[in-house]
Write a protein that binds this ligand. Structure first.
Ligand code: NDP
Length: 450
């Protein structure tokens, strides 16, 4: 490697993509440094997927404890202590941050806990003023919540702050109809908040199969979550008593204790010095890369949310791995396959999906067969909980290949991870039919479609 530089690789951002790329590049023998201005681990570990999932678990006890009586359990005097859960989650986040830092140091990666800016060709300047040079630069700075522009938007919170609230708000308005809005609506609702979701369009979870979106909407309404559609902020005003007066288009003024926006995430490119060396960005502020995560500057690469390809942690990790193997691993450069990526929404109940929705399949393939199982899970029947699951399988009628699976119901993401292998591998409906069911499970519906 080029000894004229201080490092073979300088990574900006120690999130999922940056940590994987740095660690693997170091394991391949590269001299690696990484700069992180906040906390090692990035959005997923520090203020995203991981603590969110812990809150989802915590929230679900509200229903489990309620259902328990139907299973013979008498639970007296149950109560919920938000501060205990919040602090417990944060302690675990700190533990995980330590593990990530340890992984880097175990691999001999130099970590600079400060901001880094590109200040010249192959050159990065740290907040402390230290200048370092590197043969390659990897940008893995992720994304941050987008906050729409309206009077009073300084009074709203994002998911970043939701993890640290002093108390659970009595009334919360969540703007947006995507992943974060639906996941946190479920969380706050289970913790006892009165939740209102307001989205600019007339739908939730655009991109997911319509039948599942409808089912989640219906179940959420039954649980007491309120929805306002075609509603955008006109203004938010802070009242003397600390509450927030909110005016949405087409709605009367309403009072909430907390307003959270979850209206998408924007790539973190500001102040990186991209213009100094001419790294090209797209319309949404994303760093433009090719299939190998190469930017237009030959020694600069970018992975993860900052490229706005698929904003999911496991994708960023694969992009980081592919970059490190391709550049430092002595293998033929390879690209990450972004097709057939399974995904999940950790709503109450969760949604999981892989492949094409029914609508997409009809548009692209013409002739498709759709199989559907609409059922009440046994546990819900015993618990007298009138909440039905819905599984859908979309099959290419020309060759029997499964092109999409969509599920809403308990443990749908856990079930989907295995089912996604079959879809990715191009298995057919006949292959599923040939597999014996595990009874009684919810997942058996996947091999019993008629
Ligand atoms: P999403 O892209 O999921 O949803 C954004 C929502 O905000 C949509 O309902 C959209 O409306 C609306 N919106 C978009 N732009 C604006 C705007 N300018 N003004 C008002 N409303 C707007 O974003 P999230 O913030 O929920 O999550 C960000 C990303 O993080 C996700 O895309 C996902 O990739 C990732 N994520 C993944 C999770 C998981 O895997 N479980 C969990 C959390 C986040 P419209 O109806 O028009 O689309």
């Amino acid at each position: 490697m080029a000894e004229q530089y201080d490092f073979d690789l300088f990574t900006i951002g120690a999130g999922s993509g940056g940590v994987r790329a740095s660690r693997v590049a170091a394991a391949h023998g590269a001299r690696v440094a990484v700069a992180e201005e906040y906390r090692v681990g990035g959005t997923c570990v520090i203020r995203g997927c991981v603590p969110k999932k812990m809150l989802v678990y915590g929230a679900h006890f509200a229903e489990d404890l309620e259902d328990a009586k139907h299973f013979g359990w008498n639970i007296e005097g149950k109560s919920f202590d938000w501060a205990r859960l919040r602090d417990h989650v944060q302690n675990d986040v700190t533990r995980l941050e330590g593990l990530y830092s340890q992984t880097l140091s175990n691999h001999g990666v130099t970590v600079f806990e400060e901001r880094a800016t590109i200040t010249g060709d192959h050159e990065v300047t740290l907040a402390s003023g230290k200048v370092v040079t590197a043969n390659y630069i990897l940008i893995a700075t992720g994304a941050r919540p987008h906050i729409p522009d309206f009077p009073g938007n300084e009074h709203v919170i994002t998911s970043n702050e939701a993890f640290h609230l002093a108390e659970i708000p009595r009334r919360i308005l969540i703007a947006g109809g995507g992943y974060i809005a639906n996941e946190f609506a479920g969380i706050f609702n289970e913790f006892g908040s009165k939740v209102t979701i307001a989205n600019r369009s007339d739908t939730i979870l655009r991109g997911y199969d319509e039948a599942l979106r409808d089912r989640l909407l219906q179940i959420s309404l039954t649980k007491g979550i309120e929805f306002c559609f075609m509603a955008e902020f006109e203004y938010v005003e802070k009242q003397d008593d600390g509450t927030l007066k909110v005016k949405l288009t087409g709605q009367d003024e309403r009072i909430f204790d907390c307003v959270m926006v979850a209206t998408g995430r924007v790539p973190n490119i500001e102040g990186l010095g991209l213009e100094t060396i001419g790294v090209q960005c797209g319309k949404r502020g994303e760093i433009v890369v090719d299939a190998f995560s190469r930017t237009n500057v030959d020694y600069v690469y970018a992975v993860g949310d900052v490229t706005d390809r698929v904003q999911l942690t496991p994708v960023a990790i694969r992009e980081g791995q592919a970059f490190a193997d391709s550049v430092f691993g002595g293998v033929e450069p390879y690209a990450v396959d972004h097709s057939c990526v399974p995904s999940a929404v950790f709503s109450h109940p969760p949604i999981a999906a892989v492949g094409m929705t029914e609508g997409e399949a009809r548009n692209r393939l013409g002739s498709v067969k759709v199989y559907q199982a609409d059922f009440r899970p046994m546990k819900n029947v015993v618990a007298a909980r009138n909440e039905r699951s819905l599984y859908k399988m979309v099959v290419d009628a020309a060759n029997d290949r499964i092109v999409g699976i969509h599920m809403i119901g308990p443990e749908a993401p856990e079930i989907m991870q295995a089912a996604a292998i079959a879809v990715k591998a191009g298995l057919t409906k006949a292959d599923f039919d040939a597999t014996v069911a595990i009874h009684p499970t919810m997942a058996e519906e996947l091999v019993l479609f008629k």
